[in-house]
Design a protein around this ligand. Structure first.
Ligand code: SF4
Ligand code: SF4
Length: 78
């Protein structure tokens, strides 16, 4: 599964990370997510970077996509 994040739409809410950690570990911890979105919280406007796409094989249900209210995440390749 390869995903892409449209950083122009992303608000940095971290819901995708929580959804992914639940998908993989049945817990809500952004540190156990396979998706990496970083925020630079000093200064305004908030700067957001998409560091790492998920490349996990076998993720049958990409909850990260479903839980992104901004529709910023898309599956590029399965
Ligand atoms: S859920 Fe969507 S808007 Fe929120 S951090 Fe993830 S990609 Fe960005
Ligand atoms: S595709 Fe699956 S494993 Fe990859 S970031 Fe999304 S929920 Fe996590």
């Amino acid at each position: 599964m390869v995903i892409s994040v449209n950083i122009d739409k992303c608000t940095g809410c971290d819901r995708c990370k929580l959804a992914c950690s639940y998908q993989l570990h049945r817990g809500f911890n952004p540190f156990f997510s396979n998706i990496e979105i970083e925020k630079e919280i000093t200064g305004y406007p908030l700067k957001i970077y998409f560091r790492k796409s998920c490349r996990k094989a076998g993720c049958e249900t990409p909850l990260c996509v479903d839980f992104c209210s901004e529709k910023a995440i898309h599956v590029v390749n399965q």
